[in-house]
Design a binder for this molecule. Sequence first.
Ligand code: UT7
Length: 330
Amino acid sequence: MRARITGAGHYVPTRVVTNDDLAKLFPTSDEWIQQRTGIKERRFIEHSGIGASDLAMPAAKSALEQAGLGPKDVDAIIFATLSPDVYFPGSACILQHKLGCRQIAALDVRNQCSGFLYSLQIADAWIRAGVHKNVLIVGAEVHSTGIELNERGRDVAVLFGDGAGAVVVQPTDGERGVRTVEVAADGVGYKELWVEAPASMCDPRIDHKMLDEGRHFPKMNGKQVFRWAVEKMPEIALSVLGKVGKTPADVDLFVPHQANMRINQMVAGKLGIPEDRVVHNIERYGNTTAATIPIGLSESWKDGKIKEGSTVLMAAFGAGFTWGAAVVEF
Ligand code: UT7
């Protein structure tokens, strides 16, 4: 028994925010952002009141439709996000209710940029063990309400966008499917990319001083994260390929996490995967964290870049630090 991705969908809000739009809010420029990151524009939710589960809805419906399933057929939801609708309960519960699923398992995964790959590993293990059959995985983020759109927060604010991607994973007795998923973490870097407040270790969890100091906004040591990303992504990508007896030459499509175009070019370069086999959408969406890989899969499938028989490599690195990679045969 093996797990297979049988459907994918994605959704991004309609509000396009260009680099020039951000340059009206704080000192930055289209040139700086494009040179350092490759980002041209990102999407922000249209108005307050839209949560990660709302972006997840159309993505999930589209993935279910491609898989030929309805909400009542879903046996489990895994929701990867660092920007859940509310602090608790998890967005998976909210999505279960909004989609109209049965009273099924609903799990939030909080592994940031690697959240989708952690979720895929859980879904794969559930299916192989016969625990659940039809698993819906969603990666969805609303970053725009949590970034500091001023000079103090500009290094992080220009990077992130809102969006959602989803896949359906089902059992198969065929040869193709999820071949292997590997994930890892090293908390040595937990303060290199983090949001400090609200925090259970602070009493109160957040106060006016912390708000004034902007400690509820993400802080990042960009150079350190970059260094780790370009080392760990190729390392774990080679490890998963090796486990299934493949090399980068066997990869039809590489769908990396979208944190920085330069990171992805360096990772693809180290692996020797040519540019035309690498998926980029960071120029249109920025970094949508847990949503980047499922959005990339969904777009590539719809564009015909993923076909029956394609071998797809995925890899991610992000806060935690966490990282992961997967080989999937479609
Ligand atoms: O998915 C989560 C994982 N995240 C990542 O993988 C991100 C990894 N890191 C990166 O992508 C890059 O480090 C960044 C794109 C975030 C930054 O690029 P960098 O080449 O490392 O730039 P820097 O942080 O060294 O900043 C260079 C300069 C600084 O000015 P000084 O000190 O040289 O005068 C910054 O203050 O650029 C300044 N700066 C900006 N200027 C214009 C920082 N942010 C901005 C901005 N616009 N938005």
